[in-house]
Design a protein around this ligand. Structure first.
Ligand code: PXP
Length: 252
């Protein structure tokens, strides 16, 4: 089990608030700097086709002004590929995108989209960008990711987070645990994210093989009440505690 669990802070919704009025405030790059100071290991941003939050200029500035690795979330389109190749972020996470959705509602269908995704994965990998596929915790999706040559998968934690506490959430957690184990068997690096909160992060942080969590909406929401610095620090502490306890339990 990996001891180090990385935290990628997704700053999309700082841009959502900025865009509600136009102008420059609040600045996602300032948020990224604050997150870095509070213990984030990376910055994640989703450049959507409709540019509803992060803009092209934000990606320019995040690439040039932030020292932490940038994880660019992107749909598998020629436009996005060109942008990724131009900026050469540390990582690119391929996500499904529908214009009408409020957020990324489910994982990428890597099984059904093998032929479509293959050239995108190949070109990003050839450019030295670490490619991950954002998939539901289902074995067939992980096998497809492996077949596509993506080195990383990010497990969609949305169903787990949306389930009421109790047997339903426990069942979703079991799916995540099994998928992370399968990712390990397939030699895939395993990340997780979507919808994570202070309440739901611990059990996911405790999953052996998960080495990175990407968290955004909840942190930006909490920042309204107590500041981004404090929200990131608290999330980091909860993740680290859950991971340390899991490691202790396994070595006992
Ligand atoms: N990971 C991926 C691939 C995502 O698309 C998102 C949402 O943009 C997140 C993580 C973060 O989700 P949330 O904002 O709900 O924490």
């Amino acid at each position: 089990m990996s001891t180090k669990l990385r935290l990628g802070v997704n700053i999309d919704h700082v841009a959502t608030i900025r865009n509600a009025r136009g102008g420059r405030h609040p600045d996602p790059v300032r948020a990224a700097r604050l997150a870095a100071g509070a213990g984030a290991d990376g910055i994640t941003a989703h450049l959507r086709e409709d540019r509803r939050h992060i803009s092209d200029a934000d990606i320019d500035r995040l690439s040039n002004e932030i020292e932490l690795p940038l994880n660019l979330e992107m749909a598998a389109t020629e436009d996005m590929l060109a942008i990724a190749l131009r900026h050469s972020p540390h990582a690119a996470c391929m996500v499904p995108e529908k214009r009408k959705e409020l957020t990324t509602e489910g994982g990428l269908d890597a099984v059904g989209g093998l032929d479509h995704l293959r050239p995108y994965v190949e070109r990003l990998v050839a450019a030295g960008i670490r490619v991950s596929l954002f998939v539901d915790p289902a074995p067939a999706q992980l096998q497809a990711a492996r077949e596509l040559g993506a080195p990383v998968v990010e497990l969609h934690t949305g169903a787990y987070c949306a389930a009421p506490a109790g047997p339903e959430r426990a069942a979703e957690l079991e799916r995540l645990i099994a998928a992370a184990a399968e990712a390990g068997r397939l030699g895939l690096e395993c990340h997780a994210g979507h919808g994570l909160t202070y309440e739901t992060v611990g059990p996911v942080a405790a999953i052996a093989n998960v080495v990175e969590l990407n968290i955004g909406h909840f942190l930006v929401g909490e920042a309204i009440f107590g500041g981004l610095d404090s929200a990131v620090k608290r999330m980091r502490a909860l993740m680290d505690r859950a991971r340390a306890e899991a490691l202790g339990a396994r070595s006992a």
